[in-house]
Structure formats: C-alpha cells, structure tokens
Design a protein around this ligand. Structure first.
Ligand code: ASP
Ligand code: MG
Length: 412
C-alpha cells in the first residue's frame, strides 16, 4: 500500500464528464489499496476568466482581493470531485487551503509555501477517506488567502507530497509526459522515460511548459519523485527524479526553444569599471530581468555589449538603455526583436566532450548564424534569428539521435 498524491490540471477537470473521468481514476487507485490525496486545478479557462473580471472592475485591483477572487476556481473543482466520489460510494472530503492549512508567506499573487499541516489529512486517510485539496491556494500568517502564481497547482501538489512523505506525486496533464522536444515541431519527438531534477529545471526555464519551475525546485529539495502522465490514457509517463548513471550515459536529453526574448546591443561603451553596473542597475530597478550577456574584447578603450531581455519588456528596456547609454558615453543602441534561443540539455554533457562543437556544426550546416552562446554544466544555448527556430530544433533533435518510433501525442 502506498500514499499517492494525484494532481489533475485544468484540461483534466475541464467539464463534468472529465471530472467524472478523474473520479474513476482516483477510485481505481484507491481500490488498488492506496491512500489518495488529490490536488486539483480550476477548470480550464476559469482562472483566466476570473483574472479578466478583476481587470474589468478596475485597472489595478488590490492584490489581496485578486487572490480572494482567483482562488475560487479551485474551490469549485474540489467540491465537484468530492461530490462525484461520494455519489460513487466512496468516502471523500474536500478541504480549502485555509482549512488544512497550507501556509504561505504574504506575497499576494506569487506566495511561497512555508509549511503544510498534515494532521487533519492523516486522520482522514486513516479512516479510509479520499482527500481533495485545491492547488494554487494558500493562507498567510494573518489568515489572508494567497495564491502561488499561475500554474501554481503543480507546486501545491509537490508540497503536499513532501509534507506527507508520499511515495509518488503523479501530475496528470493533457500530454503523455515530458518530450525530447516540442512534438508540434518534431513529430518524431519521443517521450522521456526519466529525467533528473536539474535537467527538468533547465528544460522548464528554457521553454518546456509541462511543469511549473518552482514545483521542480521543491521536488528536488525534498526528493519527491514526480510522475508526469496523461489523464486520458494509462500509458506510463515521465519520471522526474534523482540523477542516475543511466541518465549520464545520454548525451542530450532534450532540445528546447524560446521565442520570447529580444536582443539589445550597446556599441562603443567606454571600457572602465562601473559602466556595466550602471547599465544593468537601471534595468533591474525597473524589474527587467536580463538573461544572456556578452561583452566583446575591447579596442582602443571601447567595447560592445549585447544582452537579451524578455520580449514583453523590450520597448521598456530599449528606452532605459538609450537613456543610460547617452550618460555613459556609448555611441549607439541597437535592438533586435526577431531572435530565438535554442538549447540542448543533458547531464551527459558533464562527462562527454564535443557536444558544443556538434551543436555549432549542426547549425552551421544549415547556414544558421549563431549570435550569442551561453552554457552551464548541463546546457548549451544559442541565440539565432527567430525565422530559423523550427529548422534548428529539427536538425539538433536529429543530430543528437533523439527521435523515437513509439511517439504518441494526445490530441484533444
Ligand atoms: N488555476 C491556476 C492557473 O490557471 C493554477 C493552476 O492551474 O496550476 O494558473
Ligand atoms: Mg498547469
């Protein structure tokens, strides 16, 4: 007998039929002799609707009230699933985050979980009850409702699994697992059987959208094994877990891309101490996060600097940088919105040489120019013209031998 936390995302609970389908899955796992705690998202589209309502009422809704509003989507689904399970003859009970409680800090709209009380849940589990709790919700030390940021139900599920020392945290979604790349671009992409926390963190922050990044950080910290799988079939999904020697043997685990960045270059910047600090302090003060940075070798006391920012912040960043550039005596600021970042990720890179050269050669062969490069121990990212994104992803996927035959994607 195991303690299983099952989390179902928005599409999995998107209609009454689908909630009934979830209830059957939960019941099956229970009948197999497991203790079950279910964590639910709101019905798909529901949170967006609530956010839109808030924005219709006023331009800058108070964050406290925003949380009271948007956390209601999850309260709907937990009650409906509990009712459904009860009607099937099971003992089931929903609890809101405040009732458990799932405690967070007071950072409304992006709160962090600090602790989860397991007493109530354990008592209920002992008498055979299926527990249903909302994702995304929390309660701060003053008793205010909080939310964890969009996609936060994944983190709720992992945190609940950690608090209960569950055997596994199953994250049910509308895809079969984590793929070697986006199957919409490469139909031969294959499902990854198991992936390390660090690889998953890189993949998630580089563009793969299966899990909220924070949930993976949480899982790594507490050693929670995550099983990402589909709620529409019984196929085994992807295990996100501690690194093992088999993972090291694979050169590259996945290829990701992100078209959501823009590039800014500052030309002929005086090469002296304090200049970079000035440039980037003005950006950080305006909450613009900078990703890659390159400083060229300097000539005659001047250098060029290039960096990337989120696409949504491009115009704002250009304005700030143009202002600062004049102040520090730079000659010109150039921007490029049509770039993309393609990356390869894999723990195998740590112990194998030649991965970077293979990536560059592969891009060169297709005539794709690399504008910027950044690396970590387990990833290599290149900035290229965005029009080549799909081509780059396809050739890299092919070159590192990631294509599989048994590829299946759930179409909804
Ligand atoms: N319902 C929330 C959202 O749409 C949380 C989640 O589904 O993970 O962002
Ligand atoms: Mg989600």
């Amino acid at each position: 007998m195991a303690l299983v936390v099952q989390k179902y995302g928005g599409t999995s609970v998107g209609s009454i039929e689908r909630i009934q389908n979830v209830a059957r899955r939960v019941a099956k796992a229970y009948d197999e002799g497991n203790d079950i705690v279910v964590v639910l998202s709101a019905m798909s589209g529901e949170t967006n609707k609530l956010v839109a309502l808030a924005n219709e009422i006023c331009e800058f809704p108070s964050e406290r009230e925003y949380d009271v509003l948007v956390s209601t989507g999850e309260q709907v689904t937990i009650a409906l699933l509990s009712m459904c399970l009860q009607s099937m003859g099971y003992k089931a009970k929903s609890y809101t985050a405040a009732q458990i409680p799932i405690r967070t800090d007071s950072a409304h709209t992006r709160a962090r979980i600090s602790s989860i009380d397991d007493q109530r849940v354990r008592e209920d589990l002992r008498n055979g009850t299926i527990i249903v709790v909302p994702g995304f919700q929390g309660v701060d030390p003053e008793g205010n409702l909080t939310t964890l940021g969009r996609g936060g139900s994944d983190t709720s599920a992992v945190a609940v699994a950690a608090a209960l020392k569950a055997d596994v945290c199953e994250i049910f979604t509308d895809v079969d697992g984590v793929y070697t790349t986006d199957p919409r671009i490469v139909p031969e992409a294959s499902k990854i059987e198991k992936i390390s926390y660090d690889e998953m963190l890189e993949m998630a922050s580089l563009g793969a959208k299966v899990l909220q990044i924070r949930s993976v950080e949480f899982a790594k910290k507490y050693g929670v094994v995550i099983h990402v799988r589909s709620s529409f079939n019984d196929n085994p999904g992807t295990l996100v877990m501690k690194e093992d020697p088999e993972m090291e043997a694979v050169l590259v685990a996945g290829v990701t891309y992100n078209k959501d960045e823009a590039k800014i270059s500052v030309m002929r910047v005086p090469d002296k101490p304090g200049i970079a600090a000035q440039l980037f302090t003005s950006l950080s003060q305006s909450n613009v996060t900078v990703d890659m940075i390159i400083q060229n070798v300097s000539h005659d006391g001047f250098t060029d600097m290039t960096f990337t920012v989120p696409h949504g912040d491009y115009k704002k960043a250009m304005k700030i940088v143009e202002g600062t550039a004049t102040g520090i005596g730079a000659s010109e600021v150039k921007g490029d919105e049509h770039i993309a970042k393609v990356s390869i990720v894999g723990v195998g890179m740590r112990s194998h040489s030649g991965v970077a050269s293979q990536m560059f050669a592969c891009l060169a062969q297709e005539g794709i120019n690399v504008h910027m490069i950044s690396t970590s121990e387990i990833k290599i990212s290149c900035i290229i013209d965005s029009k080549y994104t799909e081509l780059a992803v396809r050739v890299l996927h092919e070159s590192f031998g990631l294509s599989g035959e048994d590829v299946q994607q759930e179409t909804l």
